[in-house]
Design a protein around this ligand. Structure first.
Ligand SMILES: Nc1nc2c(ncn2[C@@H]2O[C@H](COP(=O)(O)OP(=O)(O)O)[C@@H](O)[C@H]2O)c(=O)[nH]1
Ligand SMILES: [Mg+2]
Length: 358
């Protein structure tokens, strides 16, 4: 999964990036014009893999991964600059919108005062404007083709859906609120809109606040209808630099149950409807991410297109059943290893052995 961080300058994007990745990219209390985006890949935590690794002792253990991208901030009213920032994250699966909710006199705020709800609205509107510009440019191009007598090059279905998008965007409605048909989604894919992406809001709060703060109750959640997570960015960035034991002790002291590094991934999995299935063997114990509702045949394709093409059946045991009996052989004796066909919907924690023929 690929996640792009967005937010105003000085909202703490790079701080959060460090908290999420354990990296140490520079954070500054003045806006910067980074030439290069920060990229970081982290493992999706999965305790089941550790248990399975202990049993199978494979040559390698492969976690699912999340890739984060942190680049330029969003600037109010600067469509060109914003396009540059958003261009960099156009292929992400989800957007994490960092919102400043911490007070700190030494950190300048682009508009002068800390206003989480106002800032969130500012950024959301810029996303919409950026998409509106894409739509308008595209419609204009279609008009030009028509004028040049190349009407056959204009896809009328695409134009119809673009006009609907234009209407919505002009009303400041993000495209994710739209119910596009599958055909429409295909027609739009090449434009790589940003306001169509799943989004999570991250309130960057002071550490004293995080204990008391229930993000479920923030008015921001209601106003934007998006999941919200609160994180003490600055302190979590420092904790992300520590070893596991030390970090644990620190978090306990602060009354933080789970670091943002993990909480955010769990939230994104839930919000995007993602699950993991597992494969085991002497060579490799591995987690694979698929959307909830994915068929066994499609899931096989995640591993290799040959396995999807030559799919015969899937031998499935849930991790829970496996763990209860300690081995596949025992689970089999209890009748808990199932043979499933290509249409079977893969469940979170399914341990799958694909049978195929190529
Ligand atoms: N007090 C406080 N300062 C923070 C927090 N998060 C970020 N900062 C500071 O805010 C400034 C901007 O942070 P940075 O991550 O570079 O913001 P970016 O421009 O969005 O990437 C830096 O001086 C950070 O140390 C926080 O949670 N609390
Ligand atoms: Mg930054």
């Amino acid at each position: 999964m690929k996640i792009g961080l967005i937010g105003l300058a000085n909202s703490g994007k790079s701080t959060i990036f460090n908290a999420l990745t354990g990296q140490d990219v520079s954070v500054t209390n003045y806006p910067t014009q980074e030439a290069e985006p920060h990229l970081g890949v982290v493992k999706v935590p999965d305790a089941r893999l550790e248990v399975l690794a202990g049993i199978y002792k494979p040559k390698k253990v492969v976690h699912a991964t999340v890739e984060y991208i942190d680049y330029l901030g969003i600037t109010k009213g600067d469509v060109r600059q914003n396009r540059k920032a958003l261009e960099m994250i156009k292929d992400v699966d989800a957007v994490v919108h960092v919102i400043r909710a911490f007070e700190d006199e030494s950190v300048a705020h682009p508009s002068g005062n800390v206003d989480p709800q106002g800032d969130a609205g500012t950024v959301e509107v810029e996303l919409v404007f950026s998409d509106l510009e894409l739509v308008e440019t595209r419609l204009q191009r279609m008009g030009e083709l028509e004028k040049k007598g190349k009407k056959q090059l204009v896809n009328e279905e695409e134009r119809a859906v673009l006009l609907r998008c234009k209407d919505a965007l002009e009303q400041e409605t993000p495209l994710r609120k739209f119910d596009f048909t599958d055909d429409e989604k295909v027609a739009l894919r090449h434009l790589q809109f940003i306001s169509i992406k799943p989004e999570v809001m991250l309130l960057n709060v002071h550490e004293d606040f995080v204990k008391k703060h229930d993000p479920a109750e923030t008015p921001i959640k209601e106003k934007f209808g998006l999941p919200v997570i609160a994180s003490a960015g600055k302190i979590e960035m420092e904790i992300a630099q520590l070893g596991e034991e030390e970090a644990k002790a620190f978090l306990e002291d602060l009354g933080i149950e789970e670091p943002t590094m993990y909480r955010l991934i769990h939230l994104c999995y839930r919000h995007l409807g993602l699950i993991s299935f597992l494969t085991v063997g002497k060579d490799e114990v591995r987690a694979w991410t698929v959307e909830h509702g994915t068929s066994a045949k499609k899931a096989a394709g995640k591993i290799h297109s040959d396995i999807e093409r030559g799919f015969i059946r899937a031998e499935v045991v849930s991790y829970k059943d496996f763990n209860e009996y300690g081995s596949i052989a025992e689970a089999r004796k209890k009748g808990l290893v199932r043979l499933e066909g290509k249409a079977y919907q893969v469940q979170d924690g399914d341990m799958i052995d694909f049978r195929f023929n190529v």
